[in-house]
Design a binder for this molecule. Structure first.
Ligand code: BGC
Length: 283
């Protein structure tokens, strides 16, 4: 040990012996499939109660709820279109009624409506911006309102609340044929950062996860044949597709006090997709 080292007491949280999210209440949007489903389950495994938001697919949502209840946490499904202001407000009221509060929002709901730019309809544009970007605004706004109302409860978390915006590698990587989607994800980046800056003083932590290619229904055609998978792997230095659990583990960490000093960051969970893989051999 270096005797000269200054003895500044650490204010970083110790690793707790109990589940990372014990006693916390999470709301996960788009939680009946894909990444959202994985995140909802991981939140439950970490001890959080979970509101499982979905828009279509009651059966899948009820199945996630049943699995969560099996873990011994509370859970309920709530159908709401995240791009609809009234429905989002009603969903947060329901979560507060059921759980007492919301500590964690994972704004995950997202979709693609791909088209060549010259053929892209206004409906395709508006649907993607509405769900992926406006939906994050509406959900984050309700979450911030609840966090400000409640404030910090030190026995629950060091923060008054945590928001995790599900972004994409396409907040950085331009994507031909997907201008609406890439625009929505680029928007999430500055929405997240501006909000993080605005509410940090109130001890609300806002961060994002940028997944790469994850094995979910949104991108089935990118991995469900050997040829497609081989093609996809030319974009992924780590040499495998991501699984929803890869994102879910990152979300639990970002929601927990283990990441208490992480504010306004985008965590790329992409197997290196943003490392310009073409330059591994070229350039
Ligand atoms: C998209 C997927 C795509 C991945 C990597 C995601 O944000 O939704 O369709 O496979 O980015 O390009």
């Amino acid at each position: 040990m270096n005797a000269a080292a200054p003895s500044i007491p650490s204010t970083a949280p110790a690793v707790p012996a109990y589940p990372l999210l014990s006693g916390q209440k999470a709301l996960v949007t788009g939680a009946n499939s894909g990444i959202g489903r994985g995140v909802a389950m991981a939140m439950g495994q970490a001890g959080a109660d979970v509101c499982v938001n979905y828009v279509d697919g009651d059966e899948a949502a009820n199945a996630v709820v049943a699995e969560l209840l099996g873990l011994g946490v509370k859970a309920f499904a709530y159908q709401a279109d995240v791009s609809d202001e009234q429905q989002v407000a009603a969903m947060f009221r329901a979560a507060v009624t059921q759980f007492g509060t919301v500590d964690i929002l994972v704004a995950n709901a997202g979709l693609q409506r791909d088209a060549a730019f010259h053929q892209m309809t206004l409906a395709q544009w508006n649907t993607v911006i509405g769900v992926n970007l406006t939906g994050q605004f509406l959900c984050a706004r309700e979450a911030v309102r609840e966090f400000l109302r409640r404030g910090v409860v030190p026995t629950v978390s060091r923060a008054a609340g945590k928001i995790i915006c599900m972004s994409s590698v396409h907040q950085e990587i331009p994507w031909a044929g997907h201008a609406n989607y890439a625009t929505s994800k680029g928007g999430i980046k500055l929405l997240m950062e501006s909000l993080a800056q605005e509410v940090a003083q109130q001890r609300i932590r806002v961060n994002a996860i940028a997944p790469g290619a994850i094995r979910t229904p949104i991108n089935t055609s990118a991995w469900n044949t050997p040829a497609a998978y081989r093609q996809l792997m030319t974009l992924v230095p780590y040499g495998r597709i991501g699984e929803p659990e890869d994102i879910a583990r990152a979300a639990v960490w970002l929601a927990s006090d283990q990441s208490d000093y992480v504010v306004g960051t985008t965590l790329f969970v992409d197997g290196g997709m943003t490392l310009y893989p073409g330059f591994a051999t070229g350039g």
